[in-house]
Design a protein around this ligand. Structure first.
Ligand code: HEC
Length: 153
């Protein structure tokens, strides 16, 4: 019994090593965010330089970077694409805002099937909490319809 437990304990790290797990641990989502956002910072960044806060009516008041899990094909992002915008709000030095578009077949045919949700947190390391989703997002992003609802290009 004790030997079996010891062996099992030894085998798990070996299996992780065999998969290259020791050097590349699986990415984890930031606290409070869904697993489909895990590892977003290693995806392709689609903005050239950090996007500064807009002077008037910034819906995502912060300095932002935008990452996409997939590339568009023929001007449309494929199903399964996740686009994450992270924002560092003025006066702070941590990511306090995460806005996400995820393309799910059949989710919202009138809005190119994007599921749109935004989360914020007030301190570094805190859990993110959802602040808005859906219609309020579509209403503005429809302005980028020519680029599949994505403003950043
Ligand atoms: C009043 C307009 C407006 C509203 C409302 C809005 N956005 Fe945006 N969003 C923008 C603009 C403009 C950008 C481009 C980058 C920037 O300047 O912030 C953007 C960028 C994004 C991006 C990065 C991809 C892209 O389009 O560039 C995501 C993801 C996003 N918004 C999600 C959301 C979600 C989720 C909501 C609703 C909770 C939302 N947005 C509501 C204007 C808006």
């Amino acid at each position: 019994m004790a030997i079996a437990a010891l062996l099992a304990g030894a085998l798990v790290p070996l299996a992780a090593l065999a998969q290259g797990g020791a050097s590349r641990p699986a990415a984890r989502a930031l606290p409070g965010l869904p697993s489909y956002t895990a590892g977003y910072a290693s995806w392709r960044r689609i903005n050239r330089a950090p996007i500064p806060p807009r002077r008037a009516g910034d819906a995502h008041l912060s300095t932002k970077n935008v990452y996409a899990s997939r590339r568009p094909v023929g001007g449309r992002y494929p199903y399964g694409t996740v686009i994450v915008k992270e924002g560092v709000r003025p006066g702070s030095r941590f990511v306090g805002l995460i806005a996400v578009m995820r393309k799910v077949r059949g989710a919202s045919p009138r809005n190119n099937n994007w599921v749109m949700i935004e989360w914020v947190r007030e301190t570094r390391g805190a859990r993110f909490g959802e602040i808005a989703r859906g219609q309020v997002c579509y209403a503005c992003h429809v302005g980028a319809r020519a680029n599949d609802y994505v403003f950043t290009r």
